[in-house]
Design a protein around this ligand. Structure first.
Ligand SMILES: Nc1ncnc2c1ncn2[C@@H]1O[C@H](COP(=O)(O)OP(=O)(O)O)[C@@H](O)[C@H]1O
Ligand SMILES: [Mg+2]
Length: 303
């Protein structure tokens, strides 16, 4: 969003509803991130710094990366292009710095390449930051503070048109044992752990810190419903018109959600189960339109 025409303004107003509709069970997060994004787009962010900085904490597979991609897609159109995603598990040793910034006066590293692709504006996502090499973390701090980064060929990349997101699974294991604690207790616990592991000065520099919650069973079912809708739309475009019947969401959740992976496998579970049902019907010469229902741990089509 560059020039602020009325239609941009109304999109900014609709942003919370959009995110609420797609990020499930993290209702406390949206009101924290939205004002920062609106400030950023309305030109109200601090000059000489990134447009906004976010730290997303919490267990695996509960929407941290997904929210980042949705925010980016909504504001800049194409998240694949405008979200520079740096997976910190790939930057764990000393050589990582060269990979990131380039190795000699002729190179600009991964960051330079992605910066070009993003055309100088978008999101910079440092995913699973607790895994980064300390030198990489230092670079990250510079980015947070100054909103720029100097690459190996001496060029300084301006990141003041970027939002910076860092995610971390710190405390995810311990969280499993805090099942019945209140949200406030869990938030404090995770924030304390993050402060201990990430250095307190790092923590203090973010505009927003959010602790994402474990997904409740209802939230899992809602997410399954969203993914299912997408998949059925795709199948309908191929001529297979399906509705959702008994036990379908429950089967998807049972197969697609794991305590340690959250909803990471859900999309694949939805796809493989739906396509299995259509494939079997096609191969048996049965109708491929009708009602999907769960039978004996599989989805089948009732015409
Ligand atoms: N709260 C959520 N709302 C909607 N979809 C979600 C949510 N949490 C996870 N998902 C789904 O599960 C997948 C994995 O979640 P992701 O955001 O990558 O997890 P992480 O929190 O580890 O970054 C996403 O691509 C998304 O489809
Ligand atoms: Mg993630």
């Amino acid at each position: 969003m560059s020039a602020l025409v009325p239609e941009h303004i109304s999109r900014l107003r609709d942003l919370p509803a959009y995110l609420d509709g797609l990020i499930i069970g993290q209702e406390h997060v949206i009101p924290k991130v939205v004002p920062i994004l609106q400030n950023g787009e309305l030109g109200l962010a601090d000059p000489g710094r990134p447009k906004g900085t976010f730290l997303f904490l919490g267990p695996t597979g509960v929407g941290k990366t997904e929210l980042t991609l949705l925010m980016c897609g909504y504001l800049f159109g194409d998240a694949a292009k405008h979200c520079i995603r740096l997976d910190m598990s790939e930057y764990q040793n000393q050589e990582s710095l060269q990979l990131l910034l380039g190795q000699n006066e002729n190179s600009r590293g991964n960051i330079g390449r992605f910066y070009d692709r993003a055309e100088g504006h978008g999101f910079l996502l440092f995913d699973e930051i607790e895994k980064a090499h300390p030198r990489v973390l230092d670079i990250f701090l510079q980015v947070l503070d100054a909103g720029r980064i100097t690459v190996a060929n001496g060029e300084t990349l301006n990141l003041s048109k970027f939002y910076i997101v860092a995610t971390s699974n710190i405390g995810a294991e311990a969280l499993m044992d805090l099942k019945n604690s209140s949200m406030a207790t869990i938030e404090r616990f995770i924030e304390d752990l993050a402060a201990a592991e990430l250095r307190p000065e790092v923590l203090a520099r973010f505009n927003v810190r959010c602790v994402f919650q474990k997904l409740t069973y209802n939230a899992q079912k809602k997410i399954a419903g969203i993914m299912l809708k997408k998949e059925l739309k795709l199948l309908a475009a191929k001529g297979h018109h399906l509705t959702v019947g008994n036990g379908v969401l429950e089967l998807i959740v049972a197969q697609g959600v794991e305590p340690r992976l959250g909803a990471r496998r859900m999309r694949q579970t939805v796809e493989s189960n739906c396509r299995h049902a259509v494939r079997e019907a096609m191969l048996d010469g049965r109708q491929t339109s009708g009602e999907l229902v769960a039978e004996n741990g599989k989805l089948v089509i009732h015409p």
